[in-house]
Design a protein around this ligand. Structure first.
Ligand code: UD1
Length: 375
């Protein structure tokens, strides 16, 4: 079996490569983007030993046609991933995520042996604000508006002004992304759906919730909050929680994610499915910081700033039944256990300077995308 992994040197990619059976032939294409790969823009020796590694942007993949020829499965992970950054570096997100996928499909069209399956790492960002209920009716809100947010109205309300309760995100929901990033992930899904149907290629779209775990780049200020919050807690700095700190996310451990990808790769029947990959548990950001503090034996220093990021959603949690229905069961790692493994790894890494993160916040503020109600 020959597998092409785009973005294979990234956080999730490294775990996927580790989880693939030893007799699979692997080709990786990864640009080793300096924003993500802070410390080294070379492939790690263990990746070089395991796979044929191409250092280039996926948009240039046609150059490597001969190396890619014979691929049976494509695992498409290459993407720009920062929700906040996508709101001002718009063309970068469109170029990389949409055009990158388009170039990959153009290359596939030229191959003598077409892959039988493509797996896409999509995102829960395509659901936008998701689904809410007042106990009777289900609503799919468009997103929160600036006027409400500036008045500390963080939750999602009905048109009658009642606070609504969030429902788990289901794959059948109508996509309604609230960020440019989310839009570009939706375009990737649609490009692949259209293409794979016409070419008779089996497609599995995996919509990841907030993935965390060892090997997640620490120096990248646009990466997920677990790294940012851990840096602050371990160094005794104050964590800034936006809004009122009570927004929720579904944190899913990277090993579970990699195992899900590999299960999809080797599933022996056509999948033709869109599948949520999350823990199925909603955790408030405040609870997350408290858990990190408890596990590290540090004090949880928190400022609930009331600032907010344009394009952010309020709550997210996955309905994970589709995965269980296909594969029999889904037993995600509990957050405390995953965080403990993450911290074991984190403490072996060099301390991270918080300047890059502070600069990224200043940049967002200057662009009007990180707002305080007094601004
Ligand atoms: C994340 C990923 C995205 C992925 C999605 C779903 C990143 C940058 N984004 O988006 O690629 O597709 O999950 O899997 O990894 N916040 C604070 N204080 C801070 C920074 C952030 O309170 O200093 C808040 C934000 O306002 C937001 C929450 O933390 O409410 C999560 O932010 P973030 O980690 O950037 O991720 P998502 O937007 O959820």
């Amino acid at each position: 079996m020959k597998i092409l992994v785009t973005g294979g040197a990234g956080f999730i990619g490294k775990w996927v490569i580790d989880s693939l059976p030893s007799d699979t032939e692997i080709v990786i294409i990864d640009s080793l983007d300096p924003q993500v790969h802070k410390t080294s823009q070379n492939f790690a020796p263990e990746l070089k030993a395991r796979a044929v590694c191409i250092k280039d942007d996926v948009r240039n993949i046609e150059t490597y046609r001969d190396i890619v020829e014979g691929t049976d499965i494509v695992i498409h992970l290459a993407s720009q991933t920062g929700t906040g950054q996508s709101m001002y570096e718009v063309s970068k997100y469109v170029e990389h995520n949409a055009n990158g996928t388009a170039k990959l499909l153009e290359l596939i069209s030229t191959l003598n042996h077409r892959p039988g399956r493509i797996i896409l790492s999509s995102s829960r960002a395509i659901y936008g604000e998701g689904a809410y209920t007042d106990g009777q009716t289900v609503y799919y809100p468009k997103g929160r508006n600036l006027h409400d947010l500036k008045q500390d109205k963080w939750e999602v309300y009905s048109t009658r002004g009642e606070k609504l309760s969030v429902l788990p995100m289901r794959e059948t929901q109508l996509p309604k992304p609230t960020s440019v990033y989310g839009l570009t992930k939706l375009w990737q899904e649609q490009l692949l759906q259209n293409y794979c149907e016409s070419q008779n290629i089996d497609l599995a779209i995996l919509r990841f919730q907030n993935v965390y775990g060892p090997k997640q780049e620490l120096g990248n200020p646009y990466t997920g909050i677990i790294g940012i919050f851990t840096n602050a807690v371990v160094q005794g700095n104050t964590v800034e929680l936006f809004e009122d700190g009570l927004m929720t996310r579904d944190f899913v451990f990277v090993k579970d994610v990699a195992e899900a990808v590999v299960k999809c790769a080797f599933y022996d029947k056509p999948l033709a499915a869109t599948i949520n990959i999350g823990s199925g548990k909603a955790v408030t950001l405040l609870e997350l910081v408290q858990t990190l503090a408890q596990l590290t034996g540090k004090e949880a220093k928190v400022t609930v700033s009331g600032r907010f990021r344009v394009g952010d959603i309020r709550h997210a949690v996955a309905d994970t039944n589709t995965f269980a229905n296909i594969f029999g069961e889904w037993t995600p790692t509990p957050l405390k256990e995953g965080l403990a493994q993450y911290l074991d790894w984190y403490l072996t890494q060099s301390p991270v300077d918080k300047t890059a993160f502070e600069l990224s916040l200043a940049e967002m503020e200057q662009k009007g995308l990180l707002i305080s109600k007094h601004s």
